[in-house]
Design a protein around this ligand. Structure first.
Ligand code: PAF
Length: 293
């Protein structure tokens, strides 16, 4: 159950109030860092806020569970909402302001404009989660244009998301530097995700197969295997053989274009997605020439 609302951190809801506060900081020459989130904050989010704190004079965090990035059979209604705990974490991690817009603020009546990054949004996650990235790019555009930060901080765990957001900022000349911060893992190697909260003990154990699969690929490539199709088959087998796991994809792609690779190249990403019980999890590992040799 959510704790009562007691955090002393400054919060705002409306966009004009947010803009007034950010402009006041700008007048004092403060650099603005922004961490967009859907709440249910964990150590991964905290690391983004801390990175923004290190890098910028003023740090704003947004908390908004964005309905347009959830499919009809996904977990929008059940997505964990833990505002009091989230505000405490923002405060402790050093944020200055938390923006908590309502759905009416972000999607007023007659809302009808969507942002879509074509090719990158249709593959991998986008192949089965149709419209997911359109929801992400629409809300991130609105968040960035409302806050107008110098830098926005995203997690490497959502590799495809950050690649799409980078492309979008480039294409639309949105003057915000996108910073991607490392994935944070628990002691067993499981990438932190708000959705890990859905996992039973047995599912948590099975979920460790995702990072094991990434390690398998990394080790093979580091050992000099050049047939990436062989590696992909082994990755898929490992996941398919794990109880409670239903494989979506396990692949190796170009780090920029996200196109599937058959032979190694200087910058590659190993990506996996699978259902563990009813929970869909993703993970990835970036490999560059330095780590591949
Ligand atoms: O990564 C997330 O939490 C969300 O996709 C984001 C970027 C906050 C947009 O709703």
């Amino acid at each position: 159950m959510s704790k009562p609302f007691t955090s002393p951190i400054k919060t705002v809801e409306a966009i004009p109030e947010l803009r007034t506060l950010i402009q006041a900081q700008r007048k004092q020459d403060a650099s603005i860092g922004f961490v967009p989130t859907m709440g249910a904050l964990h150590v991964g989010h905290v690391s983004l806020i801390e990175a923004a704190r290190q890098d910028c004079d003023f740090v704003a965090v947004s908390i908004f569970v964005n309905p347009t990035q959830f499919g009809p059979n996904e977990d929008f209604d059940n997505y964990p909402r833990l505002l009091a705990e989230d505000l405490e974490q923002c405060q402790t991690a050093g944020a200055d302001l938390v923006w908590i817009p309502t759905t009416e603020v972000m999607y007023p009546p007659h809302f009808s404009t969507y942002v879509e990054v074509k090719t990158l949004s249709q593959i991998l996650e986008g192949a089965t989660r149709t419209d997911h990235f359109q929801g992400v790019t629409t809300i991130v555009t609105k968040l960035l244009l409302s806050c107008l930060p110098d830098k926005a901080f995203f997690g490497a765990k959502d590799y495809q998301q950050q690649a799409i957001i980078r492309q979008m900022c480039l294409d639309l000349n949105i003057p915000v530097e996108i910073k991607t911060c490392p994935t944070i893992r628990d002691t067993n190697g499981l990438a932190l995700s708000s959705r890990n909260a859905y996992l039973s003990e047995a599912e948590h154990e099975s979920a460790l197969s995702l990072s094991r699969t990434l390690n398998l690929a990394k080790e093979k490539i580091e050992a000099g295997e050049t047939n990436l199709n062989h590696i992909k088959t082994e990755m898929q087998q490992l996941l398919e053989e794990t109880p409670l796991v239903k494989l979506d994809y396990a692949t190796i792609v170009d780090a920029q274009t996200l196109e599937e690779l058959t032979t190694p190249q200087p910058e590659m990403v190993v990506l996996v997605a699978a259902f563990v019980g009813a929970t869909r999890l993703i993970d990835n590992c970036l490999l560059n020439s330095a780590s591949a040799h």
